[in-house]
Design a protein around this ligand. Structure first.
Ligand SMILES: Cc1cc2nc3c(=O)[nH]c(=O)nc-3n(C[C@H](O)[C@H](O)[C@H](O)COP(=O)(O)OP(=O)(O)OC[C@H]3O[C@@H](n4cnc5c(N)ncnc54)[C@H](O)[C@@H]3O)c2cc1C
Length: 256
């Protein structure tokens, strides 16, 4: 199948304003491109122009007392190689990045592109949801919202992801079940527990990873709650019943 067959323009703007102006055009269907790993094979047929984000200065990793701030065009491999990312949340983000794709893909895949293109079993988005990531976008104005509430919209450009600093007592975990250790998960679970409050995210049980907030709950109770709350689909990787069963097993592992 021809890819980006209607493409007639490739822009590499040097400023955010310029990029937004291009993306706002009504008469020519224009979309942002990060690494292109998903856009190039899967772009809607009518895309006529792409805006390459690589010159916007959005590849960065910043850390301060509020937590981590990750630029939208930072590649997954750059994140994985960073000591602050490695240390964050006991290595949960690191594990999820490793599980998301092999090194070749990670070298080109950007953080924002990977979030937009994420499937329901995305380890990265599952971990980011448990970590209560905030997403900053620019359309008419800059907006920051929890990733859990974010809905992709045409013309809005993701510029950064922020991860809150975690208190010393925070416990975080990431667990998955897959056909082989190198495969994408069939089901994955990420959990962050701070005192009695647990943020539990699950991948592989819905069209997009989901997150829930539970309080004063034992691992067994959390597993039971999750199994009752989800309605996974059956596909060629696993039945709905298997996914539900594994979700419970992984929740118990993550919280024990
Ligand atoms: C051979 C091959 C193997 C692959 N293997 C894997 C794999 O193992 N795991 C996996 O998860 N994926 C895989 N992919 C798919 C793809 O590479 C990944 O999904 C990648 O993480 C997407 O990131 P990207 O930067 O390349 O996004 P792009 O393809 O550039 O963009 C993806 C989408 O995000 C939008 N977008 C990009 N940046 C922004 C932004 N800043 N703001 C708003 N929207 C934006 C684009 O318009 C597009 O709709 C594979 C692809 C190929 C070709």
């Amino acid at each position: 199948m021809p890819m980006l067959r209607e493409l007639t323009e490739y822009h590499t703007p040097a400023t955010l304003d310029e990029a937004l102006k291009l993306l706002r055009r009504r008469k020519i269907r224009t979309v942002p491109i990060g690494g292109g790993g998903s856009l190039v094979p899967d772009a809607p047929r009518d895309v006529q122009a792409v805006v390459d984000l690589s010159k916007l200065g959005l590849s960065f990793i910043e850390a301060d007392e509020d937590g981590l701030s990750l630029g939208a065009t930072t590649t997954l491999q750059t994140l994985l190689d960073d000591q602050r990312v490695k240390a964050y949340a006991g290595g949960v983000l690191l594990k999820a990045l490793r599980d998301t794709a092999g090194r070749n893909v990670r070298e080109s895949a950007t953080l924002a592109g990977s979030i937009v293109a994420a499937r329901g079993n995305s380890p990265l988005v599952t971990a980011l949801l448990a970590l209560n990531a905030q997403i900053t976008t620019h359309a008419q104005r800059e907006q920051t919202a929890p990733l859990a509430e974010w809905i992709p919209s045409n013309g809005a450009l993701i510029t950064r992801l922020s991860l809150p600093a975690l208190p010393a007592e925070a416990r975080a975990a990431y667990e998955k079940v897959a056909r082989t250790p190198a495969d994408l998960p069939i089901v994955c679970v990420a959990a962050v527990q701070i005192g009695a409050v647990v943020r539990l995210a699950l991948g592989g049980v819905a069209e997009r990873p989901i997150v829930m907030r539970l309080m004063d709950i034992t691992p067994d109770q959390a597993a039971q709650h999750v199994q009752q709350a989800i309605y996974p689909a059956t596909d060629y990787f696993a039945s709905a019943a298997y996914r539900r069963e594994m979700a419970g097993v992984l929740v118990k592992r993550a919280l024990s």
